[in-house]
Structures are given as structure tokens and as C-alpha cells.
Ligand binder design. Structure first.
Ligand SMILES: C[S@@+](CC[C@H](N)C(=O)[O-])C[C@H]1O[C@@H](n2cnc3c(N)ncnc32)[C@H](O)[C@@H]1O
Length: 232
């Protein structure tokens, strides 16, 4: 098994997931990050940096009103062209914000693990500013589909069933796989590794571990494996 994943350094950059559009679905951890940072970076699709169409801005405004705090807002033009230059521009604004305000939160809708700009930005930061990368964190949020499922009172998976996320594209794409519900004592040789697999045990509980690779034998019921796809 590989090295333990580092959990925290002194945070200068928080990538904050805001959930699926309702400020009441923001986590306490996200709220605390927003209240304690120097400034909040909010993406906007408007080239004039306005927030007329921005759901994220609406959520932040409501949180500031309801929880009585106020932070400088740094608009980040995000045209969704999937171009490196656009992401670089966004990283530049984040870095400038950190210089000026000490720390910033960058906000994203739903959960940052699901098709979010967050990881394009972190990828650039990891390459060009290792110190900042170490002082960054990602705060998880509620996904749009967890919320949709709750509204229908229907599970995404239950008993002996699985759950898929399929992007609507005209091509086959590689897939990250999450393995859950192992039996204690089970050997993990049969768990396929196509990308990079990690083992997570007792998350946020006593005996928490996050390790690269697979444990040889499952020790705890609260164990999950993620086979992350390899990025180019
Ligand atoms: C770029 S992805 C972001 C997903 C987001 N990070 C999440 O955790 O749900 C955008 C896609 O998520 C889905 N989505 C996000 N928010 C939604 C909402 N409020 N209602 C319906 N679908 C939504 C849609 O399929 C949309 O095309």
C-alpha cells in the first residue's frame, strides 16, 4: 500500500462546493470556509463580469444576508470553452486574490467532484504553484442527482444494484469506478485497477485511513475504493 494522503496545511485556497442551487443545501463546512476566507471568487458566464444570470452569486448573497457576513467578491469570467487559456486566466485571478486578501474561496455548483472546473484549475495550480497547491482544499457538496433522487424519494442504488453517471457524448469515455459494501475479510485481488486506485477506511471516524492502492484484505465494513481514471 502507498503513502497516506495529506489532509491539511494552512489553507489559502478553498474550492467550495455549494450544492444544487438552494442556499440551504450548502454544508456547514462550506459556510465556515466562506465566512473565514479573505474574498470569494465567483465564476460568471457574462463577459462583462456581471452576475445577472449567476445562481452561485445568488447563493452567496443569500448566505451573507442570512448568516451576517460580508466578503469582497471577485468575478471570474468562465466561458465554458474548455480551453487552457481560460483556466489559466481564472488561476491568475485566484492567485491575485490570494495576494491581496490572504486567502480566497472559489465556488462551484453541486459537488466539485462532478464535472467541475475546480480540477482543471487545481491541475494548473499543482504544476505552477506547488506551495499554493499544498495550501488548497476541496470542500465536498451535494450533487444535483443526489438532490433529484431525494425529490423523487427514489434511491440511486439499493441492495444488489449499481449506479452509473453517463455524460451525453457521441463517444466512449473512460470511467472512474467506486467500489462499496465489501465484506470484512474479503481479498481485494479481484478488484480491477484500470486507473489509480485508492482505499478509504472509516472516513471521518476513528481509524480513518486514505491510502494509495488497495488494502490486501478488507478490515472494516466502512471501506470504499475509488479507481480514479488517469488524466492525460
Ligand atoms: C457541469 S455539470 C456540474 C454538475 C455538478 N457539479 C453536480 O454536482 O451536480 C452540469 C450538469 O449537471 C446537471 N445539473 C447540475 N445542476 C442541475 C440542476 N439544478 N438541475 C438539473 N440538472 C443539473 C446537468 O446535467 C448539467 O448539464
Amino acid at each position: 500500500m502507498g503513502t497516506k494522503v495529506n489532509k491539511k496545511d494552512k489553507i489559502k485556497l478553498s474550492m467550495v462546493s455549494l450544492g444544487p442551487g438552494d442556499h440551504e443545501l450548502v454544508t456547514i463546512k462550506a459556510l465556515k470556509a466562506l465566512k473565514s476566507c479573505g474574498a470569494i471568487c465567483i465564476p460568471t458566464k457574462s463577459a462583462d463580469n456581471s452576475f445577472n444570470r449567476s445562481i452561485t452569486h445568488k447563493i452567496i448573497s443569500k448566505l451573507m444576508d442570512e448568516f451576517g457576513f460580508d466578503k469582497p467578491i471577485l468575478p471570474i469570467y468562465s466561458p465554458m470553452n474548455f480551453k487552457h487559456d481560460d483556466w489559466q486566466y481564472q488561476v491568475d485571478i485566484i492567485q491575485k486574490g490570494i495576494k491581496e486578501y490572504g486567502s480566497v474561496s472559489f465556488v462551484t455548483l453541486g459537488d466539485s467532484a462532478i464535472y467541475s472546473t475546480v480540477y482543471y484549475l487545481l491541475d494548473i495550480i499543482k504544476k505552477q504553484d506547488k506551495k499554493l497547491y499544498k495550501k488548497s482544499e476541496v470542500i465536498a457538496g451535494i450533487t444535483s442527482f443526489s438532490y433529484a433522487s431525494s425529490q423523487m424519494k427514489k434511491p440511486l442504488c439499493l441492495g444488489d444494484t449499481a449506479f452509473k453517471i453517463v455524460p451525453l457524448l457521441d463517444k466512449e469515455v473512460p470511467s472512474t469506478t467506486v467500489y462499496m459494501r465489501p465484506k470484512i475479510g474479503m481479498e481485494t485481488d479481484n478488484i480491477e485497477e484500470n486507473g489509480k486506485i485508492y482505499t478509504f477506511e472509516n472516513l471521518n471516524m476513528q481509524g480513518e485511513t486514505m491510502t494509495k492502492g488497495k488494502v490486501k484484505k478488507v478490515r472494516k465494513y466502512m471501506t470504499l475504493f475509488i479507481d480514479f481514471i488517469k488524466w492525460k
